[in-house]
Design a protein around this ligand. Structure first.
Ligand code: ADP
Length: 429
């Protein structure tokens, strides 16, 4: 488990313990006070002092816990319990069985909070206190006169029930939490396994045509007659190059996601003409558009100067354009860049499959997809990376769609210096 979440868990347990224990201690204090006063019993007055010390210690621990000193608060509670038991042995002779039991329950209660050496010392102290109780209560006559027998039985029964009940309750809460964390860990492992199987399948897919094309080329080049025409060789090489590009893109996406998770991806904004970057991207995608039979159109209102990271902006464009061609069903794809005061707005619109309304937000999360993996390959990482780049640049990205009629992705980016060197911190999904 992550260190900070373990600390959070300890604090939560401690708060829960104090939440229950404090009213119980105050209740006991009141009972002792009333009976000590009514019966004028020195034994019950001694008991009241012992429980009073414990109640003050609980209040102190509560303040420590609120300031985040979990270990110290546990130390205070644990040792105050031993002091209470040791004092109780002097005055409340009749509580002998409960007093012997309390250090044992105390060990169970402080168990999750203390480090191992501190726990060892605490157990030794608890053992010492139990020996003290045995000697003082078991072997010596009572130091002071004990309260009437019916009251003794009543207080003893309540004390035993309270210590055992509280201990069992806390242990049950702990084990329920443990079961929940185990379930979450199992879910995380199964998501990772599923991702590994999808990722390896996706990485392997381009390798098959690549290796086939290379084999064909080797065969054709080694055959003595007739030599392959250059256009044929060129066509084989084109296919091979496309598969290498696909592989490189998949690996780049995986690297980017691990950089984002580690907070290691940075933006380096420089002053560029966004219109020129968009124009270059469209030109770069023209052969792919022609291959899938898409008409690619571009509209720009002249130069749009701004401070952005050109490589990351190119990455945003590449992702949106390749998605538009991939899910565009061979219909036209329109790209538009406009200037809006101090912001640039980029719109990539296709007339293809479209996206179901429930998926419009989710597709920007890691590994989320809105299509079946059998029909369209992909890892579901492109839009996640795009959104992280855009938001780190101070911009926004959103998707709109009418299913069956296409999808529109709109990116808004600030043109000013606000897009400074911003690390793409981890977080999100
Ligand atoms: P990938 O394309 O590898 O699955 P992305 O993160 O780029 O990953 O996209 C996530 C999902 O969003 C896709 O699987 C697809 O379902 C949906 N999507 C993205 N762009 C479009 C689009 N232009 N038209 C329809 N669906 C899209």
């Amino acid at each position: 488990m992550h260190e900070s979440s373990e600390e959070e868990l300890k604090q939560l347990r401690l708060r829960q313990f104090l939440q229950w224990m404090f009213p119980v201690a105050v209740g006991f204090l009141l009972v002792y006070a009333v009976f000590a006063f009514v019966l004028r019993s020195p034994a019950l007055t001694g008991g009241m002092v012992a429980v009073g010390i414990y109640t003050v210690a609980l209040a102190w621990a509560r303040r420590l816990a609120l300031r985040g000193s979990t270990e110290r608060a546990a130390w205070v509670i644990g040792h105050a319990l031993l002091v209470m038991v040791a004092l109780g042995a002097l005055f409340l002779h009749f509580l002998h069985p409960a007093l012997l039991l309390m250090p044992v329950c105390g060990v169970a209660l402080v168990l999750p909070y203390l480090e191992r050496p501190a726990l060892g010392r605490y157990m030794l102290a608890a053992f010492g206190v139990d020996t003290w109780v045995m000697v003082v209560d078991g072997l010596l006559p009572p130091l002071v006169e004990q309260p009437p027998l019916p009251l003794q039985r009543w207080v003893l029964a309540v004390a035993v029930m309270a210590s055992v009940g509280l201990t069992l309750r806390l242990l049950a809460v702990d084990s329920a939490r443990l079961r929940r964390s185990l379930k979450l860990a199992e879910q995380a492992v199964s998501t990772r396994d599923e991702f590994l199987s999808v990722a390896s399948h996706e990485l392997k897919t381009p390798l098959t045509p690549l290796s086939l094309k290379l084999q064909t080329l080797r065969r054709e080049l080694s055959a003595s007659t007739p030599p392959s025409p250059p256009e044929r060789v060129q066509a084989h090489l084109d296919v091979a190059q496309r598969q290498v590009k696909k592989l490189a893109e998949l690996v780049d996406d995986l690297l980017d996601v691990s950089r984002i998770s580690a907070g290691r991806m940075e933006l380096n904004p420089t002053r560029v003409d966004l219109a020129a970057v968009v124009h270059d991207a469209v030109v770069r995608f023209e052969p792919e558009a022609a291959r899938v039979g898409c008409a690619l159109t571009l509209e720009v209102d002249g130069p749009v100067m701004g401070r952005v990271d050109p490589l990351r902006f190119e990455q945003v464009l590449d992702n949106l354009l390749s998605n538009a061609l991939k899910y565009g069903a061979g219909k036209p794809v329109h790209v538009r860049l406009e200037r809006q005061d101090i912001r640039a707005r980029l719109i990539v619109r296709d007339e293809g499959l479209g996206i179901a309304p429930e998926a419009l937000e989710r597709i920007f999360n890691r590994f989320e997809r809105a299509v079946s993996g059998r029909h369209f390959g992909g890892l579901g990482l492109g839009l996640y990376i795009v959104r992280r780049i855009v938001t780190a640049s101070g911009g926004t990205i959103s998707a709109a769609s009418v299913p069956g009629q296409g999808a529109t992705f709109t990116v808004e980016l600030p043109l000013g210096a606000s897009a400074s060197l911003v690390p793409l911190a981890s977080g999100g999904r």
